[in-house]
Design a protein around this ligand. Sequence first.
Ligand SMILES: *Cc1c(COP(=O)(O)O)cnc(C)c1O
Length: 484
Amino acid sequence: MYATSTVPSAAVRAAATLAKTQPAAFDTRAVQQRDSAHYLHPFTDHKSLGERGARVIVRGDGVHIWDSEGKQIIDAMSGLWCVNVGYGRTSISEAVYKQMETLPFYNSFFNTTNLPAVELATKLVSLAPAGFNHVFFTGSGSEANDTNVRMVRRYWDLMGYKDRHTIISRHNAYHGSTVAGASLSGMEGMHAQGGLPIPGIVHIGQPNYVASGRGMSEDAFGLEAASWLEKKILEVGPDKVAAFIGEPVQGAGGVIIPPATYWPEIQRICDMYGVLLIADEVICGFGRLGKWFASERFGMRPDLITFAKGVTSGYVPLGGVMVGERVANVLIEKGGDFNHGFTYSGHPVACAAALENIRIIEQEQLVEKVGGASGAYLAERFASLRDHPLVGHADSCGFVAGLNLVKNKADAVHDCELFDPELGVGMVCRSFMFANGVIMRAVGERMIIAPPLVMNHTQINDMISLIRRSLDDTLQELQRRGWS
Ligand SMILES: *Cc1c(COP(=O)(O)O)cnc(C)c1O
């Protein structure tokens, strides 16, 4: 048995304590200058960042981070949807340190394997829904979705359907930023750069009730949005469609929580046409929606599940695909070599971090808490923001939540008067959030959170107070500018 929780090395503890008590001395302005001189950030307007200077984040502990000026901030976004167990978990550092000392790297090509990868694959299978007995490891969520594209096409080739290569995704989806990941994603801004999507990837509308459900009940809209999949399958030709991919709850698209009718109807349509279903659970997995895998919550029976982010709580990069029996059996029985994989597939250090992360989630019953008391408390406190004059709509699911900033409220969500998107009201609000000590992300005028799963009731109250204060500040500023 591979053990992760022994050898709490004195050296590691001493180093950790030192780092916490004596942050390295440096000049923030100098760091910002070197940052803009040499470091091209992801999804960033480099020129304007250079003018403003990046925020330098230096430390994290629990649900808090600190910047280089010593400002304490509640990280209501868990880094980037990933730090599920919170910051400062020494037992993960120790597991990583121990693995690095023992075997920092070995590949899984050429008939070799390593202990943490085997142990993690076994653990993940035990946590996954029934029918998942195999895992393919990658270094990130994007690589995992690239793997999906290649794996579903390989599956249909082996089945003798060499034309069944088209994958259907959704507008505003986020599935990563590699060439295939960005193609699967439904972000116009990404497609506009670099001639995407690549051939064989098409998109349908997203189940966004607030944006598109006017005149319909939520349930009726869910069925309507699912029917777009059937239309697209018929348009492409059922004999050409390999798979449908979707996030159970769209994350980067703005925490779009689908009506309850949506996924069961999507599942019915996939079954009817034999289309493979890929659940991208990079955000939704590992407890964020109150289950180990959110598919279980939404009545989905996916054939493949993408994971990353929460599997290690972001401490070390790791991603992968849970491969269900339908695909695995064909790949293994008929496949021969699958000519795909990465140097870091099954990286022993990343797998050791994941094992300890999962042990913490189990020991602290974080999945049960989010599915139970903590999730219910967050939902209730977040819903209390609905009385704010700027908030036209607010909803949540497990430990993700979002609210829509509107110019004039109305009783029905579709009757609210919206801000001109050009004004960038969400970004104004986001700045006040940061100034007040809480990180909330703006997707247009929708403000979203995905807090660490360890956030307790007191911290939820603190977070909601800071959000409310920032909404007040935003309203005042909008009135000052004559926008509201
Ligand atoms: C973040 C994300 C990805 C991409 O993961 P990376 O590790 O950034 O490559 C894919 N799918 C979803 C749903 C994500 O949120």
